[in-house]
Design a protein around this ligand. Sequence first.
Ligand code: SF4
Length: 461
Amino acid sequence: MCGIFGILCPSRKDVAKHTYFALYSLQHRGQESCGIAATDGTSLMIQRSMGLVSSAFSERELQELYGYAALGHVRYSTTGRPSIENAQPLKMRYKGGTFALAHNGNIVNVKELREQVYSLGISPYTSSDTELMGHLIARNFQDDFKSTLANVCKGFIGAYSLVFLTEEEIYAIRDPWGFRPLCMGSYEDGFVISSETCAFDIIGARFIKEISPGEMVRIHRNGYEVDQILEPQGNFLCSFEYIYFARPDSVVMGKRLYEVRKRFGELLAEESPVDADIVVSIPDSGTPAAIGFAQRCKIPFNEVFIKNRYVGRTFIQPTKELRERGVRLKLNPISELVRGKRVVVVDDSIVRGTTSKEIVKMLWECEPKEIHFRVSSPMVSHPCFYGIDTASRGELLASKMNVEQIREFLCVNSLAYLSTKSTIEAIGIEYPCLACFGADYPTYIPSEEVREKYVLEKNEK
Ligand code: SF4
C-alpha cells in the first residue's frame, strides 16, 4: 500500500512544499520510504529518502525542488523490499523526455511483465513492479500518453493507481478494476491528485471527482481532460480501505470513512449484541466502530487503551517478533475502568491474531469479569494480491480456525465478526473487493511461486 499526491499550479513555484504537507497527511499509507519529484517546465528533479516524511526533507532540499508541478509518494512495500532503490517516484526516460512515476497497488502478472522488460534488452535496477510498468510505458511510447497508456496498460493485471509527472504535465490513471482509491481536486489556478481526500484538506484544495476505474486524467497549464482509456471491469474498491487502511476523515465514493466505520459497528451490534457494562475500542481504526456498537447496544463507550502515538502501526511491521513487541509498546490499558466489569472489545479486523491475543491478555490482567470480542469486518481467510500485505494464507488465523477455535485461542467469553452482507451495506458499493474474506478474486491470481513479496529479487537473472 502506498500514498500518492500530484499537483500542478501554473502561478506557483513552490508546489514541492504543498506536496510535502500532503504526504504528511498520507503517511499512514506507507512509512518505509518517500519521495518528491518536481518540474519547472524544463527539467525534472527528484529527491527520495528512506523513512518518514518528517525526517526525509530539509527546508533547503524542498526549495531546490523548484517548480509549478510536483509528484509525491509514500511507500509501504508489497513487491520488492524496502530500499532506497525501490523508493518512489522513479525516474524514466522516454522518447518525449523524462517522467517521474508513482504507484499505489500491486501487479499480479509481474513475472510476465519482467519477461517483457528483459525481451526489450533492459535489466531492471529495482525489484519493484512499478519499474517494470515504467519501462514498458517508456519503451512503447507512441505519439502521446493517452494512446500509450491505453495500449500498454491493457497488459497490466492487478491494482495500479499510477501518477506520472513529465517536464510539463501530470497524468493519472486508475486500473480497470478500481482496487485503490484515486481522486482529483482543484487548488488555486491548478489541480491536484491524491490517494485520499485528507491530503486535499491539509493544503486547502477542493474535491472535484473520484477517478473512475480505467479512466485517465491529464492535467496541464490550461486545465484538465478526463478520458476513459481502458474498459472498466467493475468497481472492486478494496473493502480494507474502508475497514482499516484509509484515514477516517477521508471521503471515498461520497462517504466519510468515519461514518462507514461507525455503521460497521451499528450493524455488528444488530447482528451480535452483548449484555455488557462497557464497550472498549482498539485505537485508532477500531474506535468509530466501537462508538457505533456502543450507541446501538446502549452500553457506555470508554477509552481504555491509551495509544503511544510515536510508534508505527503494528499491522505493517515486517516480522512476527517486532509485531509482538510492538503491541505493548503501542497500547496500555487503564485497568480501573474495566476491573470487575463485563467488557466488549471492538476491533476492526483480526489478521494473524497476534495483536488481538496480546490485547486480550493485557485486558485480563486488569481483572474484568468477562471479555467479549467483536470484529467490525468479516474473517480474513485469504491473502491479498492487490497491495495490502495481510500475510500469506498459512499465517492468517481464519484460514486455520473456525470462530469457536479463534474464541478459544483468544481466550474470550464470546467472539463475533461482521457479516459480508453488512460490510457491503455499510460500504454502499455493490461489489467491493472482498477477496481476502474468502470471496472471489476479481482477477486471476498468481501461482504459488510468484506469490511472495520478494519474487523479483529471488528470480533475478
Ligand atoms: S483482497 Fe482484501 S485487502 Fe486485498 S484488495 Fe481485496 S479487499 Fe482489499
